[in-house]
Design a protein around this ligand. Structure first.
Ligand SMILES: [Zn+2]
Length: 259
């Protein structure tokens, strides 16, 4: 099994959106990560980054939210093109696990013709009818597609073991959004790695308990971060946060990989 890390460009943003009331108005450029796991039973993506349309016409595709999160992505960084560079064709992808359906995670939905798209029911519902403060972060045309959804039922299916061998386990991590999920990948040599996505944006959210600047529920956010801390302490899991520019510098990027 191999795990590859990709960057679907960056968001030019401001620090206080990631750390509540800290670095107000300070420029903060964050990576937009996504991941490919090459498992003997099939290839799996965790998230897909921004939509292709953001490369050439971001204002039209994303609307006014570009003032807060301005996407900068090249043709080669778009998920479909990026995986081709490691010899993976989009039709080889068996599952696309979506942490949530925000615009910088669900942009690739519909581009993997043989994939099942793994999403939480609570996320799919909220994405269609979001609370007004979060409406701009969901681009309905990105996910409103007739794909093969594999819908998970929150706590009832927490710990969903994708291949039944403990290698890719899906954790329900609500807080950032009502139906956020994260994955634990158990690699033979590198050990367990936990991919938080937006349930924990940065190292400051993890280590110092600083709340993120955007969330659906503060209480659920804290519980999800505590859960990943427990995995870090008891299982030795390496936590890969969702949008930390500093931590992201220290991880291996595709074509390098973890095994
Ligand atoms: Zn998000």
């Amino acid at each position: 099994m191999k795990l590859y890390m990709f960057e679907a460009g960056i968001l030019k943003s401001q620090k206080h959106f990631f750390t509540l009331n800290q670095g107000v108005g300070q420029a903060f450029d964050v990576p937009v990560p996504f991941f490919l796991i090459d498992h003997p039973k099939g290839k799996v993506l965790f998230d897909t980054g921004n939509a292709y349309e953001t490369i050439h016409d971001k204002e039209k595709h994303w609307g006014g939210i570009v003032a807060a999160y301005d996407p900068v992505m090249s043709e080669d960084q778009w998920c479909v093109n990026a995986i081709k560079k490691i010899g993976c064709s989009p039709d080889e992808i068996k599952y696309v696990i979506l942490s949530h359906l925000h615009l910088d995670h669900a942009g690739g939905v519909g581009h993997f013709p043989n994939a099942r798209y793994v999403v939480q029911r609570d996320e799919l519902h909220f994405a269609y009818v979001p609370d007004p403060y979060m409406k701009a972060a969901y681009i309905r045309k990105d996910f409103d597609k007739d794909v093969d959804w594999l819908i998970l039922e929150g706590w009832a299916q927490d710990g969903f073991d994708l291949f039944g061998d403990g290698s890719i386990v899906i954790y329900f991590t609500p807080g950032h959004t009502p139906g956020h999920q994260s994955i634990l990948v158990n690699l033979p040599n590198s050990g367990p790695m936990f991919f938080s996505a937006d349930s924990c944006y940065t190292q400051a959210n993890l280590d110092d308990g600083i709340l993120p600047g955007l969330m659906w529920s503060a209480g659920e956010t804290v519980k999800s971060v505590n859960r990943m801390r427990h995995l870090e302490q008891t299982r030795g899991a390496k936590i890969v946060t969702g949008h930390d520019p500093e931590s992201w510098k220290s991880v291996k990027k595709a074509p390098e990989y973890y095994d």
